[in-house]
Design a protein around this ligand. Structure first.
Ligand code: N01
Length: 550
């Protein structure tokens, strides 16, 4: 720790409006508020939506459900909460997860400090008072000593611009901002653009209701059957009885979840044995667990090829029309490089008479007319368009707020060549600004609830330390930040992640700098954070309070 006496600290504000301002009332923001209150700090959470739940508030498209098991995709900070809540399914659907978020808000009486329908526009660090001034779209400004961005990693939609879209006369829908009243597709011709997790989850549901569904696919995707099912009371109770052990175990795992990893290389077994293991994983585990069939699928391209071939064969086995199957099969793809999808009857849906598939990989969507989508000179008639085109991931929401640090430096300027953080938690030049599951932290490569738990606890423990030791400001040191950014990239380069275009790299958004954003390895990350604290906040500068000022 560089625990020097004041460097730039001229004075510390004695009175700010709040001790802390948190942005976002999703799972991260709610838990952060709870922890700040436990310390007796005065905090407010600003949320642009009209309710809690973050991603589960907005993504209400048909078929939306989590692909991390519900018994794990839940808070662990209070045993009473995890014992009393009953998840109905192995992978619970969006309405159930939103119900849980609301239950938590009520149970911990959070709402009095949650301000809904309020967008944070800017946040400026005031060097003369060592505090942040936060401006919101209701025209108000507040000051706070700590400013915490709990804005989620997939919260700002990627909205590709297509010629003529403004002339389209039908309904334009985004999976990431689905109408709360639901959408009836009965008797409609629907065009769906995008075949990531959102498109793959919604396709079977829209197809079951619509007159006709046309899926416009740019890149074929790997998807594994989720094997979702109702959870029996016995199953729930068995997990509840060993929750402590399970939570401890997941904290020690690279993806912060219990994938039942088979600790063998895919290349160490015979082709017959490999196929047997893949078949078993496909049929019994399904979903993201499938990739734990062997320990090197994300690290060795040759091992990955074996799993890619298996899934391509499966697609050909499911889809009756060989031409459609070939378009759907990611022939030269790397499984997991783009995030693996988990589905219920996705490939089967292409056997329906009312579903067609248009390959827009070589001939992109040309334009929209009043009632059709044009590709390769052909007109595909549609009444409704569903955009499942993803997100400006990891940095979109952070840079959506005009954040200015020391010397008025905009975060947008500092991160113009990609995000730079120390541990994904803080960035040099922006004291007392914290990111929850920010770029450079494991976040999206893990069970997000565990990452949120770890980050919120780290931040609240850090704030407690600052409060108790008379420290006004915390900020990373430049060498520590530089080394961490290098380390994030070095670790990513040991994996197959950088070998394709994905939102992990920002390459799904035209013009966004290509840089790998999350950190691979939750367990190593946790150890690193513990070590940093044990060494007195190594790599951070802590600036002591110099004087008090009103
Ligand atoms: O977004 P995506 P998503 N023309 O970016 C296509 C989480 N999530 O919302 O691959 C034509 O994955 C784009 O094509 P391409 C999860 O982490 C979780 O589906 O860029 N197509 C791609 O097919 C997930 O990974 C859950 O060539 C265009 C699609 O749009 C993340 O959110 C459920 C295009 C975007 O796919 C994002 O998933 C849902 C264009 N101009 C989401 N631009 C679960 O828990 C983009 N595309 C299960």
């Amino acid at each position: 720790m560089d625990d020097r006496s004041p460097i730039s600290a001229k004075a510390t504000a004695k009175t700010t409006d709040f001790d802390a301002i948190v942005v976002g009332a999703g799972f991260a923001g709610m838990f952060m508020l709870h922890r700040l209150r436990q310390q007796g700090l005065k905090a407010r959470v600003f949320e642009r939506g009209s309710g809690v739940g973050g991603t589960w508030f907005w993504n209400r498209y048909p078929g939306a459900r989590c692909d991390t098991e519900s018994m794990e995709y839940s808070y662990q900070f209070d045993d009473a909460l995890q014992q009393e809540w009953n998840w109905p399914e192995r992978y619970s659907a969006q309405p159930e997860i939103l119900k849980y978020a609301n239950h938590v808000a009520d149970r911990y009486d959070l709402r009095s400090d949650l301000q809904f329908n309020t967008k944070v526009l800017s946040a400026t660090f005031d060097e003369s008072r060592n505090c942040w001034t936060i401006a919101t779209d209701d025209g108000k400004r507040v000051t706070a000593r700590y400013f915490i961005m709990a804005t989620g990693t997939l919260s700002i939609a990627n909205k590709p611009q297509f010629p003529g879209v403004e002339s389209f006369k039908g309904r334009v829908l985004y999976t990431s901002d689905w109408p709360h009243e639901g959408v009836d597709f009965t008797g409609r011709k629907v065009g769906l653009i995008g075949t990531g997790s959102s498109g793959i989850q919604s396709t079977p549901h829209i197809a079951a209701q619509a007159d006709h569904l046309t899926v416009f696919q740019r890149t074929p995707n790997f998807s594994v059957p989720a094997r979702n099912r109702p959870l029996s009371e016995e199953e729930r109770n068995t997990t509840k009885a060993r929750y402590g052990e399970l939570r401890k175990f997941t904290y020690e795992q690279p993806f912060a979840t219990d994938f039942h990893l088979n600790d063998q290389s895919a290349l160490s077994v015979s082709p017959e044995e490999r196929k047997r293991i893949y078949e078993q994983r496909w049929n019994e585990h399904g979903g993201l667990h499938f990739m734990a069939a062997f320990n090197d699928l994300m690290f060795n391209s040759e091992a990955n090829k074996t799993v890619a071939e298996f899934i391509v064969d499966k697609i050909h086995g499911i889809v009756n029309d060989p031409d459609k199957a070939e378009i759907l099969a990611p022939r030269n793809g790397v499984v997991g490089c783009k995030r693996l999808c988990s589905d219920t009857d996705y490939f089967e849906t292409f056997n329906r008479d009312n579903v067609s598939l248009v390959d827009v990989s070589k001939q992109p969507i040309e334009s929209f007319t009043a009632n059709s989508i044009k590709v390769g000179g052909n007109d595909y008639p549609v009444d409704d368009i569903v955009f499942a085109t993803g997100f400006d991931a990891m940095t979109g929401a952070l840079l959506g707020v005009d954040i200015k640090g020391r010397n008025g430096q905009p975060l947008r300027e500092k991160w113009s060549a990609g995000p730079r953080t120390y541990l994904g938690l803080q960035t040099v030049g922006f004291p007392n600004l914290f990111f929850i599951s920010g770029p450079g932290s494991p976040s999206v490569l893990t069970n997000m609830m565990v990452s949120i738990d770890q980050h919120v606890n780290f931040i609240s423990d850090t704030i407690r330390h600052l409060e108790q030791s008379g420290v006004a400001l915390i900020e990373p040191q430049q060498p520590a930040e530089d080394a961490w950014v290098d380390h994030v990239n070095e670790v990513a380069d040991l994996t197959v992640y950088p070998t394709c275009n994905s939102w992990y790299l920002g390459s799904n958004v035209p013009g966004k700098t290509r840089v790998f954003m999350p950190y691979v390895g939750f367990n190593t990350y946790v150890d690193k954070c513990k070590d940093v604290v044990a060494k007195g906040y190594q790599g951070f500068t802590l600036v002591r309070r110099a004087a008090e000022t009103a």
